[in-house]
Design a protein around this ligand. Structure first.
Ligand SMILES: [Zn+2]
Length: 254
């Protein structure tokens, strides 16, 4: 096939790609006394959701795959999806990873650089749970899990002075890059909190993509620094999960 033919073949496909991105926090039983039970999805729910995705023809990809597609037209599966986790809880490794592997899925985890190996101490009112440590992060990377930055201290970026926000973005990128031995390209804004200035700072800090929380698909028209993610919680029923993906695919593609 000539290059011209290849382009003709690729272009319509590129324009049509609609990418859902899911956001989870913890796959676990909800411990009594948790202040934010919606940050949990039970292992049974997660297992059923991944089984549904497989049946519906979705194949999980990484941000690296998606960026290669947006940059240069690299091929994606017909129905790509990105599965993400915020904060980097240890249960992502002990509970979520085996379920991901069972279904042949990959995922991307956003780490709080200053709290690797500690607990979610940025939120002292919530139950404290262990976060992934450096060795666990490296082992997961070796098993195909992708990592991004969730800043150094999980600070709400729009409430910081611009210089401090930039320091959060740059320093976490450097620390995590050193930990993983590769450049960090993707950012998750803590609390989904961002504005125009945050986008500029994220770009200045060297991120190629960043994720927010918004119940929409992503298309080629979506700003890479405002990629939308669909939240999944313990209250997301199987019907709602399936309906969201169907509805967004057909009625809210852009
Ligand atoms: Zn977070």
């Amino acid at each position: 096939m000539s290059l011209l033919d290849a382009n003709r073949h690729l272009r319509p496909g590129r324009a049509r790609v609609k990418l859902p991105i899911l956001v989870y926090h913890k796959i676990d039983r909800i411990p009594p006394g948790s202040r934010y039970p919606r940050n949990y999805v039970t292992p049974e729910q997660f297992d059923a959701q991944l089984a549904f995705l497989q049946r519906a023809g979705y194949r999980s990809v990484s941000f690296a795959d998606y960026l290669a597609h947006r940059d240069g037209g690299a091929r994606l599966p017909r129905r790509p999806i990105i599965i993400t986790f915020d904060d980097g809880y240890r249960s992502n490794r002990t509970i979520a990873q085996p379920i991901l592997e069972k279904h042949g899925c990959t995922a991307t985890i956003f780490l709080v650089a200053g709290y690797v190996g500690k607990t979610n101490a940025w939120d002292p009112d919530e139950l404290q749970e262990p976060l992934l440590d450096a060795g666990e992060v490296r082992a997961m990377q070796a098993a195909g899990i992708e990592f991004g930055s969730h800043t150094c201290t999980h600070a709400p970026l729009t409430r910081l002075a611009p210089a401090d926000a930039l320091a959060e973005l740059q320093s976490s990128r450097e620390q995590l890059g050193a930990l993983l031995g590769r450049p960090i390209t993707v950012l998750g804004y803590p609390y989904g909190d961002y504005n125009r200035e945050t986008l500029r700072l994220a770009r200045d800090a060297g991120y190629q993509a960043a994720v927010v929380v918004r119940r929409r698909m992503n298309t080629h028209a979506t700003d890479l620094l405002e990629l939308r993610r669909i939240p999944v919680t313990c209250l997301t029923s199987p019907g709602r999960f399936a309906w969201d993906l169907f509805r967004l695919r057909w009625f809210h593609g852009s």
